[in-house]
Design a protein around this ligand. Structure first.
Ligand SMILES: NC(=O)c1ccc[n+]([C@@H]2O[C@H](COP(=O)([O-])OP(=O)(O)OC[C@H]3O[C@@H](n4cnc5c(N)ncnc54)[C@H](OP(=O)(O)O)[C@@H]3O)[C@@H](O)[C@H]2O)c1
Length: 330
C-alpha cells in the first residue's frame, strides 16, 4: 500500500546468480527515474510482451533492476511539465516503458510528459487499460487498412483473434461495419469471438502449414498478430488491391512468403508499430477508440487480476491460453 513515507508496491525484476527473479517489493519515490511527470497508477495491463519480459525472454528488459509493465493509466500526482497538472487522467503505452524505463506494474511511475496522452472524454483509466497497448495497436491496424482504401462491408480476417490485439480488432471492425472472420487455434473461443462480432471462425490449422504462393482470393484485408506461415498464407489469400496490416509475431518472426501477392495482385503489406507511434496519431487513435466502443464492449473484453497474479500468468499468455485482455488492478 502507498503510505505517508512515499513508499509503494512495485513488481521488480532483478538479476541474481540464479538468473532473473521477479517479486513484489516496497520501494520509494526517490527510487523512480528522473522525469517531469509522476503518476499514481490505477490500472496496468498484461500483454504478450510483458509475458516475455517476466520470463526473461527476447531481451525485452534491457537493464535490471526494472519494473516491467509496458502500459498504465492513472492520475497525475505531480508535474513540472506545463501540459500536465495534478489530477489529470492519463494513459501511457510504449516508448520503451517497462523495457528500458521503469513501467506500469507499480503503484507509481515517473515518466516524460511527452509520452503521456490525456484520456479523451468517455474513457476512464480502467477503460484505457482494458484496451491498453493492444487496443491502440488494433486501432492503428484498422486505421492502416482504411488509409489503404478498404471500406466497411469488406471481408477482413483477424489472426490470433482470441488474444488481446485480435479480440479488440474483431470488435472494432465489427462495430465499424466490416464482415469479420476470426482465425483462432481455440475452437473453445468460438462463442466469445461471435459475441465480439465475428461472422465466421477460421481454424488456425487451415493456414498453419506451408501453402501455395497464391491461394484462392478470399479476403479484402487482414489484421495479422501472429506472423510466420500464417501471415504468408493470409497474404496469398488476399484479393487484388487488398491489404494486410501486420503487427505481431505470436507464432513466428519470419515471413516464409513469395512476392507473388505483391506483384500479381497488388496486395499491400502494411507495418504497424504502436511503441514509437507519433503523439498526434496516437491521440487520434485513442479518441476514435472512445468514440467507437460502447460500455458493454469493455465488459466482455477483459478479465481482471492483481499484481501478484502476473508471474503465474506469464506462462499462460506465452502459450496462447489467455482470452482477450488482462486488466491489472494496481
Ligand atoms: N506492433 C506493435 O506495436 C505491437 C503492439 C502490441 C502487440 N504486438 C504483438 O502482437 C502480438 C499479439 O499481442 P497480444 O498482446 O494480443 O498477445 P496475446 O493476447 O497473447 O494474443 C496472441 C494470440 O495469438 C495466437 N497465438 C498464440 N500462439 C500462437 C502460435 N504459436 N501460432 C499461431 N497463433 C498463436 C493466440 O490466438 P488464438 O488462440 O485465437 O489463435 C493468442 O491468443 C504479439 O506478438 C505482440 O508482441 C505488437
Amino acid at each position: 500500500m502507498k503510505n505517508e513515507n512515499g513508499t509503494f508496491r512495485a513488481l521488480m525484476a532483478r538479476k541474481t546468480e540464479a538468473g532473473q527473479v521477479v517479486a513484489l517489493e516496497t520501494i520509494s519515490e526517490a527510487d523512480l527515474p528522473e522525469a517531469d511527470v509522476t503518476v499514481d497508477i490505477e490500472y496496468s495491463s498484461f500483454n504478450y510482451k510483458d509475458g516475455l519480459a517476466l520470463k526473461g525472454r527476447n531481451r525485452i528488459l534491457r537493464t535490471l533492476p526494472m519494473v516491467p509493465g509496458i502500459d498504465f493509466a492513472g492520475t497525475v500526482r505531480s508535474s513540472t511539465n506545463p501540459h500536465f497538472k495534478p489530477g489529470d487522467k492519463v494513459v501511457l503505452t510504449g516508448w520503451g516503458v517497462g523495457e528500458t524505463w521503469w513501467g506500469g506494474f507499480a503503484e507509481r511511475a515517473r515518466v516524460k510528459g511527452e509520452w503521456l496522452v490525456k484520456l479523451p472524454a468517455g474513457l476512464t483509466p480502467r477503460h484505457a487499460m482494458i484496451l491498453g497497448t493492444a487496443g491502440l495497436t488494433a486501432m492503428l491496424c484498422v486505421d492502416a487498412l482504411e488509409r489503404h482504401g478498404i471500406k466497411p462491408g469488406a471481408e477482413i480476417i483477424v489472426t490470433g483473434a482470441a488474444g488481446g490485439v485480435g479480440s479488440i480488432a474483431v470488435r472494432l471492425l465489427s462495430r465499424l461495419g466490416y464482415r469479420v472472420s476470426a482465425l483462432t487455434g481455440r475452437q473453445s473461443e468460438e462463442a466469445f469471438l461471435k459475441t465480439l462480432g465475428a461472422q465466421e471462425i477460421v481454424a488456425r490449422d487451415l493456414y498453419a502449414a506451408p501453402g501455395k504462393p497464391l491461394l484462392g482470393e478470399r479476403w479484402d484485408g487482414a489484421v495479422d498478430t501472429v506472423g510466420g506461415q500464417i501471415l504468408a498464407n493470409v497474404l496469398a489469400a488476399t484479393r487484388y488491391d487488398g491489404a494486410v496490416a501486420a503487427c505481431g509475431l505470436a507464432a513466428a518472426a519470419d515471413l516464409p512468403a513469395t512476392v507473388f501477392p505483391f506483384i500479381l495482385r497488388n496486395v499491400a503489406l502494411l507495418g504497424v508499430d504502436s511503441v514509437y507511434c507519433p503523439h498526434e496519431r496516437r491521440l487520434r487513435a485513442w479518441m476514435r477508440l472512445a468514440d467507437i466502443l460502447e460500455e458493454r464492449d469493455f465488459a466482455v473484453l477483459a478479465q481482471e487480476v492483481g499484481l501478484e497474479d502476473l508471474p503465474r500468468l506469464a506462462d499462460d499468455i506465452l502459450a496462447g491460453r489467455v482470452r482477450g485482455r488482462t486488466l491489472v488492478r494496481i
